[in-house]
Design a protein around this ligand. Structure first.
Ligand code: FAD
Length: 401
């Protein structure tokens, strides 16, 4: 599967940070991580910290899947509003899931400080505005639900949004204190490089082709024919898990992102804020640390990469029309545009846990708009799984739920 079109901003901005060798011998390990995007990087870090002999493989160059295409907004807000998630999974599960995403932002900040990351982690507020009058009614209820759950939120009327952010024609919105942005591509590279010192072995351009199951270990054959004997496997293969797992557990969508030319003055009102709205599909935007506006949306069902990428020009116009509505005086000059694939689940929650058809194995699949924060939550969950401990989120994130 082709996960993205050719020009994601992060890949062009950072270039090829580090290239790793492919597998050229048979190896053994405690944990084999399949997939070297942000999820695999975080999980590898956790495993190395806990002293497991860990190998990570990726069939592409490292971080060249969805992680190079992401807009990297770190939000505690799941695609499904809290009030709706409560109806779907119950109050306990909904609150735990929202709280986990909130904690994940703190955790990624701590980690980025610990590793002295240069990936521009920045704390931001998050503005979720109503695009029309009807949406404003349920959004106010959503505000109440979040407030009573203890989240630091404020309701802003349309005039306040205009005064603070210069956005016209909104119908009020929720301003949340918790949020952040990062360059996930760079962060993952940094994390992986650091863990090599702790013994992590990384092989890129190494595709897992076959898995044989034995008592207490799996034997994995890669495309070059070499084998890895692993006591446990952790699949961090993102949306390509759809090719591996038979049941229909995720709907693939295409999403589109544009990055403007640099203009530090023009975006000064929102440099400290993530912005998204109640449109279906929703529009999302943030600034980059080099002074650009990154704006995305236009989600469509994914059929194939060709059809997805053929819509780039149409989607650019569609997304910029939404921006024009709230910022009529503003001309957006596109520097980069790309399309990426992501996955939507029935409840907006990820799949993290065991699957009955895959012995000695766990999956960490952060789906939806909050993929990255879910992957951070996956670190603690994977740690619990390895110790055969039950995690309080397992029942909400498990397969077959
Ligand atoms: C345009 C866009 C905007 C987004 N915006 C946000 C956002 O603002 N905030 C947010 O939290 N999330 C966002 N997401 C989602 C986020 O990007 C993903 O959740 C995240 O990048 C997934 O990381 P991953 O490591 O799980 O997957 P990937 O980065 O895709 O990594 C999986 C890796 O597995 C490898 N692999 C697959 N099969 C095999 C195999 N058989 N053998 C070896 N290797 C294999 C692949 O090559 C790939 O590198 C966005 C996504 C897109 C496309």
């Amino acid at each position: 599967m082709n996960l993205r079109s050719n020009e994601p901003f992060w890949l062009l901005k950072n270039g090829l940070i580090t290239s790793y060798p492919s597998l050229k011998s048979n190896e053994e390990c405690d944990v084999l991580i399949v997939g070297g995007g942000i999820t695999g990087s975080l999980i590898a870090h956790q495993m190395v910290m806990e002293g497991y002999k860990t190998i990570l493989i990726d069939k592409r160059e490292i971080c060249n899947g969805s992680t190079s295409a992401t807009t990297s907004m770190l939000q505690y807000e799941i695609d499904i509003p809290l009030s709706e998630l409560i109806m779907k999974v119950g109050k306990k599960g909904a609150l735990r899931s929202y709280k986990a995403c909130s904690d994940a932002i703190d955790k990624i900040e701590k980690l980025s400080k610990e590793i002295k990351s240069g990936s521009g982690f920045k704390r931001k507020k998050s503005l979720y505005y109503a695009s029309n009058k009807k949406d404003s009614q349920w959004l106010k209820k959503e505000f109440e639900a979040r407030k009573s759950a203890g989240f630091d939120v404020k309701w802003l009327e349309a005039e306040e949004i205009e005064d603070r952010f210069g956005f016209e024609k909104t119908f009020g919105g929720i301003l949340s204190k918790q949020g952040a942005s990062i360059d996930a591509f760079k962060f993952s590279h940094e994390l992986l490089k650091l863990n090599i010192k702790g013994g992590l072995q990384i092989f890129d351009k190494t595709e897992m082709n076959k898995v044989e199951y034995y008592k207490g270990f799996n034997l994995v054959t890669v495309d070059s024919g070499f084998q890895i004997k692993a006591k446990k496997m952790i699949y961090c293969i993102g949306y390509e898990s759809k090719n591996l797992i038979k049941e229909n557990f995720v709907n693939l969508k295409s999403t589109y992102a544009l990055v403007s030319e640099i203009d530090k003055k023009k975006f000064k009102n929102i440099i400290n804020t993530l912005v998204w709205n109640t449109d279906k599909p929703y529009m999302y935007m943030r600034t980059t640390d080099d002074g650009r506006l990154l704006i995305g949306g236009g989600d469509e069902d994914f059929y194939d990469a060709g059809k997805r990428d053929a819509l780039l020009n149409k989607k650019e116009k569609e997304i910029l029309r939404i921006l024009k509505k709230i910022k009529p005086d503003y001309n957006f000059y596109t520097d980069f545009i790309w399309a990426g694939t992501f996955g939507e689940t029935k409840d907006g929650l990820p799949y993290i846990g065991e699957h009955k058809n895959f012995k000695n194995s766990y999956f960490v699949l952060g789906f939806g708009g909050n993929g990255i924060t879910f992957s951070v939550t996956g670190m603690e969950m994977a740690s619990f799984f390895m110790k055969r401990k039950k995690h309080p989120l397992s029942r909400y994130f498990k397969f077959g739920r």
